[in-house]
Each structure stands twice: as structure tokens, then as C-alpha cells.
Design a protein around this ligand. Structure first.
Ligand code: IVH
Length: 672
């Protein structure tokens, strides 16, 4: 008999399927959240171990990457064709080899993402691998588990689950979500991803599965590679069963009796693909019947029963009118080609990044050149060719500046980097970008502090660092262009409000290289305050799961150079500097009476309505200690949704576990 907890897991899985796979949710997000919370509470209250396929177990601790694991059989690549003639040649070869038996072809969209392999044992996801070199893949199970359209457990059908099932598919990021990720990356001082494919690849290889979980990854399964004990006649039949097992397969799949029909399918998608949410770079044509596939076999690289039929990249020709150099928040100088406007794949393109000095030299790009632009992955245009034959002799070679175009400081070139930087921390271009970042929605969220205002504040020397914002007064502000007393008053109010921002937002807002939102949260969860963080060693920072030497070095560097900025923010009255006292409520002075006092806690998973940072502060306010990893010295583990490796460790060490509901209750009762 199934227990209530198993029934609830099954119900949540059904709703996940409706939402993430069928795109037809039957309940609201809020109702779904209630079910999840209920499951978490039930799981926290039972002594039974939480199975790995429970919907609460998508995000474990860190991600274990790097283990190379052989594929059951090689993950082959596809031979490409680019025109109707090449398609016909494929068809002729197939029919010749099969001695003219009538063949049916399946056509599918070729999704431009990353090939992965998923292994289910008795219906439960046990492993996920990258394609790797085709022979060996890399273990990315922890990261693949975070993708909501990857079921952790298959749906039961009348066909029993094979003991071992291996399916293969493509992981991708929807086109319209790339921008969100790039805005965040820019805030972190990381270069933007050029296309959704790179974004998906980068996300799958992250060391910290909770960051992967925050990326909008999705999947389409396109091959049933192995199903122990289950036989199929055709690829179409295997797709049908995979769908019934709850796997997400693409809906735009057709079956054709003639190669002309295949050509029609291709032509239809040449235009319609632009309406899809995801990138496609062609179609895939497959012989439907498995017995024919086996008969045709494969070469060392490609199957003979399938072929990719690629779409042409969209190209346009235009002229580079001039080259500007922009200075980013971290001082990197980026050359940008300003173009004669041209339409490409439905968008008007007026500029194209030239990336860096080296790129300009390698491609020999000159001002006045005619160039061929291509929308790689149909998102960011890039220059694929300089039409040197069109040169008139009036083109001008671009000389990369030796000085910052904004502050005139000599630029710095490092040997191991192609980037050229303005290293003047006081450079107004950098300062403007830093202030914009500090005020941005995901940082201090200061409404009304847009680029036009920031330009004036910096140019008029009213603001020299972000702490100066707090000294702004209504009267001088109201004298700025397009300001006036009401807007100035509102801006001062917004700036004042921002003083109450949580410490992790302030840390993110400081714009430390490599410190994005998630890293900022991890750092604060561990060190609790900026004062502590500003005194720690790189080794202490690196001891946090998912944080590597690059981040650690960047953080330590920042604080060694910006102590006075911290002092100024403290003097401005930011609440996060007095957090220890701020979050202690009046009665909290009686900390000795608290359940928490003198005990060591580890907080894991997500707690409803409270961040882990807040939970840590509450515990500390009641006299408890908070540690980052579970050891024999831990007194209690506080486990919220998605608790993973720390939970397992606590069970192993026999450390009592407190669920979210219980934790909140204990926070209320100071003397328990
Ligand atoms: S079938 C042995 N079907 O394209 C053939 N592949 O360029 C197995 N891809 O490695 C591949 N969409 O990662 C197949 N509908 C689809 C696909 C697809 C994208 C990827 C896959 C493969 C690459 C080959």
C-alpha cells in the first residue's frame, strides 16, 4: 500500500509533468508550492530516508563533475547535408543498400543544444552524461537532475519499466531567456554567452548545481538508445512509448513515405523555425524501421540511416562606419563596430561587437570595410567575413587605443588575457557602470536612478563612489536636467530605502568580479557579514562548496583595495553593517534561555519565506552557531526543500534533523 507521502510525491510528479512537459498546468504556481511545502514538511517529519526521485530532491549540494564514464555504445554524430541534391543522394544510398525496399523516413527538428545521455534504472533516473568525445561522457547527473523537464522518475504504463533504459536528447536554453542570463553575467563581470547553445553548455558544466538550477534549461529526448527487454519495430513507436513514460520529446516530428515530402518538411521549417522558442540548426532525417537501421549500420563517425539537413545561416552585407571603444564596469575595453543599419533575420542591426584587439587584427577589420554579418544561433550578429575584394583603398586600419578613451589613463595589457583594461578605479566610465549596477533591480533596487541621472551625478562630481549616493539632497538633485523637486524627492527616498537591503544584495551590488547573485548568497550564508568577509583568507572562501580560487582571489583583492568604501557605506548607515543587533528582537537578549543557544546548526535546502542567510541570522540572534558543513560537531541540521548531501551526511552521522515547520516553531518559542 502506498503511504500518504508517496501519494503526494506521485501527485506532484503529475503536476510537474503537466507544467514542464505538456505546458498545460492544471493548478496555479501557488497551489503547486503548497503541495511542495507539504511534502517537505512530511519528509522532514519522518525518519525514513528521502528517495532520490522525490520531487524535493532536484537540487543537491555541489555537482560532482569530471568523472569520465564510457557510453554503452558510442554517441555518434550526424553526417550533414546542405541542399536538396545532397538529401536525394542520401535517399538513393539508403535505398540502394536496402535493395529498394520501400523506406519510411521520420523527420525531426535538429535542436541546437548539447547532446546528453540519461539512464533510468527501473524507472528512476540514476545517471546523466555529456556526449563528450562520443566514447566517453562526463558525469553531469547532479546538474541534469535540476532540469524540471527531466523526470526523476518515469510515469508508469502498461509496459513495465526496463531494468535499464538509456535515452539520448538535447539540452537547450530557450532563445528568449538568453538575455536574462547575459544581463546577470555582465553584472558579474563575465563575458556574455554568444548564443543559447553556449549558455546551455556553460550551465551544464557548473560546479554548483544550485546555479545550474537557476538557469532555464530544458530538454528534448530524441533517441531511445537502449531498453533492456523491450522491443520496438520503429523509431516512431519508441518515441510514443517514451512520451507515455513522461519523457519530453519534440512534437514537430513527422513520418514520410517519399523524399519529396522530407524536402517539404524542410522547406516549411526554413521559415517557421523563427517562431520557435528554441534554436534549431536544421532537420534530422531518420529511417524509421529499426531493422533497417541495423542493416544500414554506421561508419566510425556517422550512422548510415540518418542525416542532418542544415538550414543556411542568415547573412547580410553592410559597412563598418566607425569603431567605438566602450569601457565596462570592470574596466575592460571592448571595440564595437558601428554599422550602416541592415536587416538580418527580422531585426535591424546597427552595431556588432568586435570582441577585442586580437579579433580586429586576426580578421583585419578596417573602418569603411564591407563585411558579411551572420546571426550565429540567430541571436548575436557576428562578422564572418571581411570583403577585402571590395576595398577601395580608403579603408582605415583601426589603432587600438593605448589610453582609456574616457579617462585617458594608459591601458593595461596582461600576457595571459586578450582583454585590454583601464585600471583606473576612478575612471568615470567604470564608475557610471558600477553605480548603475549598484542601483539595479537585483542589487539595491534604487528606482529612478537611470543612466541619464547617473551621467550627470558623476560628471558634476556629486558622486565619486556608491557611498556618495547616500549624501545626495533634494535641492541640488532637483537642479539636474529632467529632474525637478518631485523626482528628486522620490530619488532621495528610494536611496534612503535601499539602506535596509539585505547584506547579500549589497555584496552583489558592490560588483566584485565573479560575484553574481548566487555567489553573493553563498558567501553571506557562510560568513554572515561584510565585516567578516572582508577579513577572510582565500582558503577560507574556497572551502565553500561551489566556490573556486578565481572567485576567492577576486573577493580578497576587492576588500584589500576598498576598505574605505566599506567604511563610507557603514558611515552612510546601511543596515547590513549593524545586522547582528538589527535582527535581534528586544527579547532576544535572553539568549541563554533559547533552544538555540550554545548549539551548532547547519542550514540546508530552502526554507519557506526565509533565505538561509536570514535563518542563520535568527539562529545567531538566539545564541546559536551556524556552520557550513555537517560534521560530528553539528548539533542539528535544519533541512528545507531540496536538502541533499548535507541531509544524507546528517543521517549518516546520526545528527538530529529539524524540518522547516519545526524550525519556525522553535524560533517563536524562545524557551524551548
Ligand atoms: S539523432 C546517431 N536527433 O545533433 C544520431 N540528434 O550533429 C544521433 N541533435 O549529436 C542523433 N537534435 O546532439 C538526433 N532530433 C535530433 C537531434 C539531434 C539535435 C544533435 C545531437 C547530435 C548532433 C549531431
Amino acid at each position: 500500500m502506498r503511504t500518504a507521502i508517496e501519494d503526494l510525491r506521485a501527485l506532484i510528479r503529475q503536476h510537474e509533468h503537466k507544467y514542464y512537459i505538456e505546458n498545460q498546468p492544471e493548478i496555479s504556481d501557488a497551489e503547486f508550492d503548497v503541495l511542495m511545502k507539504k511534502l517537505e514538511a512530511l519528509e522532514a517529519a519522518t525518519d525514513a530516508p528521502i528517495p532520490s526521485d522525490s520531487p524535493t530532491q532536484r537540487v543537491g549540494g555541489g555537482a560532482v563533475l569530471g568523472t569520465r564514464i564510457p557510453h554503452r555504445n558510442p554517441m555518434l554524430s550526424l553526417n550533414n547535408s546542405y541542399n536538396e541534391q545532397e538529401l536525394r543522394e542520401f535517399d538513393e544510398r539508403v535505398r540502394r543498400l536496402l535493395e529498394d525496399i520501400p523506406v519510411e523516413y521520420v523527420t525531426e527538428l535538429k535542436i541546437d543544444g548539447l547532446g546528453v545521455s540519461l539512464i533510468y534504472e527501473n524507472g528512476v533516473l540514476t545517471r546523466g552524461l555529456t556526449r563528450g568525445d562520443g566514447e566517453y561522457g562526463e558525469d553531469i547527473t547532479d546538474n541534469l537532475r535540476t532540469i524540471r523537464s527531466v523526470p526523476l522518475r518515469l510515469v508508469e504504463t502498461e509496459t513495465p519499466f526496463p531494468t535499464v533504459l538509456e535515452v539520448r536528447g538535447e539540452v537547450f536554453i530557450p532563445k528568449d531567456r538568453l538575455n536574462d542570463i547575459n544581463v546577470q553575467r555582465e553584472a558579474e563581470g563575465e563575458p556574455p554567452f554568444a548564443n543559447p547553445r553556449n549558455a546551455a553548455a556553460g550551465s551544464l558544466r557548473l560546479q554548483n548545481a544550485s546555479i545550474t538550477a537557476s538557469r532555464p534549461l530544458d530538454i528534448f529526448i530524441y533517441t531511445l538508445n537502449h531498453a533492456e527487454g523491450v522491443e520496438f519495430a520503429t523509431h516512431t513507436a519508441s518515441l510514443e512509448l517514451m512520451k507515455r513514460w513522461g519523457l519530453k520529446c519534440n512534437q514537430h516530428t513527422d513520418c514520410h513515405k517519399s523524399i519529396e515530402d522530407v524536402q517539404n518538411y524542410y522547406e516549411r521549417w526554413v521559415t517557421e523555425r523563427h517562431e520557435l522558442r528554441y534554436e534549431t540548426d536544421g532537420i534530422v532525417v531518420k529511417v524509421d524501421r529499426f531493422s533497417y537501421q541495423h542493416e544500414l549500420g554506421a561508419t566510425a563517425k556517422y550512422p548510415r540511416w540518418a542525416i542532418a539537413y542544415k538550414f543556411n545561416a542568415q547573412q547580410a552585407t553592410t559597412t563598418i562606419e566607425r569603431i567605438d571603444v566602450q569601457v565596462g564596469r570592470t574596466g575592460v575595453l571592448t571595440p564595437v563596430g558601428i554599422l550602416e543599419p541592415v536587416t538580418l533575420a527580422g531585426a535591424t542591426i546597427t552595431n556588432a561587437t568586435l570582441h577585442n584587439e586580437q579579433e580586429i587584427q586576426t580578421k583585419d577589420i578596417r573602418i569603411g570595410d564591407r563585411i558579411v554579418l551572420e546571426r550565429a544561433g540567430d541571436v548575436i550578429p557576428k562578422i564572418v567575413e571581411v570583403l577585402t575584394a571590395d576595398r577601395t583603398g580608403n579603408e582605415i586600419a583601426f589603432v587600438f587605443p593605448d589610453r582609456c578613451p574616457v579617462c585617458d589613463t594608459p591601458v593595461q595589457r596582461t600576457e595571459d588575457e586578450v582583454a585590454v583594461r583601464c585600471v583606473n578605479m576612478a575612471c568615470v566610465a567604470q564608475l557610471k557602470r558600477r553605480i548603475a549596477h549598484y542601483a539595479s533591480r537585483n542589487a539595491l533596487q534604487i528606482e529612478g536612478l537611470g543612466p541619464a541621472t547617473i551621467d550627470q551625478l558623476v560628471d558634476k562630481e556629486l558622486v565619486r563612489d556608491v557611498a556618495d549616493l547616500y549624501a545626495l539632497e533634494v535641492e541640488p538633485l532637483s537642479k539636474l536636467d529632467r529632474m525637478g523637486v518631485p523626482s528628486a524627492g522620490n530619488l532621495v527616498y528610494q536611496i534612503e530605502q535601499s539602506k535596509t537591503a539585505p547584506v547579500e544584495k549589497v555584496l552583489f551590488g558592490l560588483g566584485i568580479f565573479h560575484v553574481g547573485e548566487t555567489v553573493a548568497e553563498l558567501l553571506i550564508e557562510h560568513f554572515l557579514s561584510l565585516d567578516v568577509l572582508s577579513t577572510v583568507t582565500p582558503e577560507e572562501i574556497e572551502s565553500i562548496d561551489g566556490i573556486g580560487p578565481q572567485i576567492a582571489e577576486s573577493v580578497v583583492n576587492f576588500f584589500s583595495q576598498n576598505q574605505s568604501l566599506l567604511d563610507n557605506l557603514r558611515a552612510a548607515g546601511l543596515h547590513c553593517f549593524k545586522v547582528e543587533t538589527a535582527s535581534i528582537r528586544p527579547e532576544a537578549s535572553a539568549v541563554t534561555a533559547s533552544f538555540f543557544s550554545g548549539k551548532t546548526f547547519v542550514v540546508t535546502g530552502s526554507l519557506e519565506g526565509m533565505t538561509r542567510t536570514e535563518a542563520s541570522k535568527e539562529i545567531k540572534a538566539r545564541g546559536g552557531k551556524v556552520a557550513s558543513s555537517v560534521t560530528s560537531k553539528t548539533d542539528y541540521l535544519i533541512a528545507g526543500e531540496g536538502a541533499g548531501s548535507k541531509y544524507a551526511k546528517a543521517v549518516e552521522l546520526d545528527i538530529p534533523i529539524i524540518g522547516a515547520a519545526d524550525f519556525f516553531e522553535k524560533l517563536q518559542h524562545r524557551d524551548t
